[in-house]
Design a protein around this ligand. Structure first.
Ligand code: FRU
Length: 468
């Protein structure tokens, strides 16, 4: 629990570390990252008609998964973000071990947060409360306390409320684990955000045609998109396949139909949302007709604690903001159009990949069209390589822990690539967003991007300006 000295120790940590943090050569130039400490999930992503709000899981005091607060940024354009007062500190008995993830809505004209108060006991057990907090005139948040305790039949792993309004009612999806250690998503309904009624299990392991799909489903998000319904979820413990779900904590979605009358969700199989090395706990919001998404470019696995930024007092970053759409029954993700404002000095090449000059800028966007019949590869300095053959993309990166090469796959044929590079991250969009791979990487020397292959490609490269 961060007690009274919480704010002053946070201030001290931020003031004494932020200069080192932002001078780190791996610190992002146009992605969101913490000014000190550890950042994880995007929370409370919302639009109030004037500002976009993005909150985030934040341990301002160290690079460990502890002391989870809610940091807060806001922006008018999704590109330039401004720090706001810390929104939530774990300083009450019902949230003493962390103000865990949740969402934000406008209720009675006020920005209102719904989050999980996490409480751990000495014997290793835990409990969780779903809690509310409301913005005050100073731009900080007044806690209103718990509105929901643990449902019967579930362990203490019940968290990450995502709430939304439909007609006269409010709905909540909540990540949960039942007593048989099966991951589930629970659906609740309310007329006032205070009294919640459990409808039942919306999806999860052993529901709707799924088999064992993991022991805990974190960070659910249900929304309608172009006449389909999508449920985003993070199925912890889902079985690794040869080329899918290779991260220790993967992120996935179900697509189908949800009925507000029967409150049932019919869906197909689980599909991986991002096939890269670092992507987890995404959250969306609807703003001016667009469904927008931020993800955490991190995964809580053992390897994360070997990232080289820790010595400079910070770890992890967000993805770029993305827009979602549906094409031929599939979910597509693309960087939002506004990011084109960062493009500078366009350069064009056309010809055999082997003959293309290397690119030395640190922050760059590449748009590539290719006809692959033999192998085409892109090398990101000495630590990462993307290879494309006629039916598959393979991303290879050295482990942060022991330097061994590790592999990730997107098994479809690739015709177009859009690649966004920041100081220590790469987001690769295949075929206009049909597939995505998000990964961090830490080049040992200066950044150089080189190409190899015998095929013709056309390439546009832009240097990206700083935004944050
Ligand atoms: C996902 C997660 C959430 C939890 C939060 C705690 O990364 O484990 O389930 O609310 O992180 O920081």
């Amino acid at each position: 629990m961060i007690k009274d000295k919480g704010l002053s120790s946070i201030l001290h940590s931020v003031m004494s570390n932020s200069a080192t943090v932002i001078q780190d050569r791996y610190y992002p130039r146009w992605h969101l990252a913490p000014v000190a400490g550890l950042l994880n999930d995007p929370n409370g992503f919302s639009f109030d008609g004037e500002y976009y709000h993005l909150f985030y899981q934040w341990n301002p005091l160290s690079c460990e998964h502890k002391n989870k607060c809610w940091g807060h940024w806001r922006s008018k354009d999704l590109i330039h973000w401004h720090h706001q007062p810390i929104a939530l500190l774990p300083d009450e008995v019902y949230d003493k071990d962390g103000c865990y993830s949740g969402s934000a809505v406008i209720y009675n004209e006020k920005l209102t947060l719904c989050y999980t108060g996490n409480v751990k006991f000495e014997n290793g057990d835990r409990t969780a409360w779903q809690c509310l907090a409301v913005e005050n005139k100073q731009g900080s948040f007044d806690k209103l306390g718990p509105v929901l305790d643990l449902p019967e039949g579930y362990t203490g792993h019940v968290r990450d409320p995502k709430i939304w309004q439909y007609k006269a009612n409010w709905y909540m999806v909540l990540g949960a684990q039942n007593l048989n250690k099966q991951g589930k998503v629970l659906l609740y309904i309310s007329s006032d955000l205070n009294q919640w009624c459990l409808i039942g299990e919306l999806a999860g392991s052993y529901i709707g045609g799924l088999d064992d799909a993991g022991y805990m489903w974190e960070c659910p998000d249900l929304f309608e998109l172009e006449k389909h319904f999508i449920l985003l979820t993070c199925p912890q413990g889902i079985k690794k396949e040869e080329e899918r779900f290779l991260n220790s904590h993967p992120s996935a979605y179900l697509i189908g139909q949800f009925s507000y009358e029967t409150l049932q969700f019919q869906h197909g199989p689980l599909i991986e949302l991002d096939a890269g090395f670092e992507f987890y706990a995404p959250q969306t919001t609807l703003a001016n007709g667009r469904r927008l998404l931020f993800g955490w470019m991190g995964v809580p696995d053992g390897d994360e604690m070997h990232q080289p930024t820790i010595v400079n007092g910070w770890i992890h970053q967000m993805t770029c903001p993305r827009e979602l759409s549906i094409k031929k029954g599939k979910l597509y993700q693309q960087p939002i159009k506004e990011l084109e404002q960062l493009r500078q000095n366009p350069q064009y090449w056309q010809g055999i990949a082997d003959h293309i000059d290397s690119i030395d800028y640190f922050n760059v966007e590449l748009a590539i069209e290719l006809e692959v019949s033999t192998l085409f590869s892109i090398y990101f300095s000495d630590t990462m390589e993307l290879s494309i053959n006629n039916h598959q993309a393979i991303l290879k990166r050295r482990s942060f822990k022991n330097g061994e090469w590790k592999y990730r796959y997107w098994s479809h044929s690739v015709k177009k690539l859009q690649i966004l590079v920041d100081s220590s991250s790469v987001e690769i969009f295949f075929n206009e967003g049909e597939g995505v791979m998000s990964s961090r990487f830490f080049p040992s020397e200066k950044m150089t991007i080189t190409f190899s292959g015998k095929n013709n490609i056309s390439l546009t490269a832009w240097q990206l300006s700083d935004s944050i």
